[in-house]
Design a binder for this molecule. Structure first.
Ligand SMILES: [Zn+2]
Length: 70
């Protein structure tokens, strides 16, 4: 369970119809844009931060730590 080497991905919050998304504009692994669910409007989206498996990396458990951009 050693995740220390996984990078940090800065994400900003976007609001869709009824729910929230964490949006990573530049993935530290592939440079592309990814979105991660951040719960429904009214929930605390910060509960959805932390280590996430990157959508771009298949066949491995590689991921990153989702952190809120300032
Ligand atoms: Zn990626």
């Amino acid at each position: 369970m050693d995740r220390v080497k996984d990078p940090i991905a800065l994400a900003h919050l976007e609001r869709e119809r009824g729910y929230l998304l964490w949006v990573v504009d530049v993935c530290p692994l592939c440079g592309q844009r990814h979105t991660h669910g951040a719960g429904r409007v009214g929930e605390d989206p910060r509960l959805y931060l932390g280590h996430r498996v990157a959508h771009c990396v298949t066949g491995s458990a590689r991921g990153y730590y989702l952190e809120a951009a300032a």
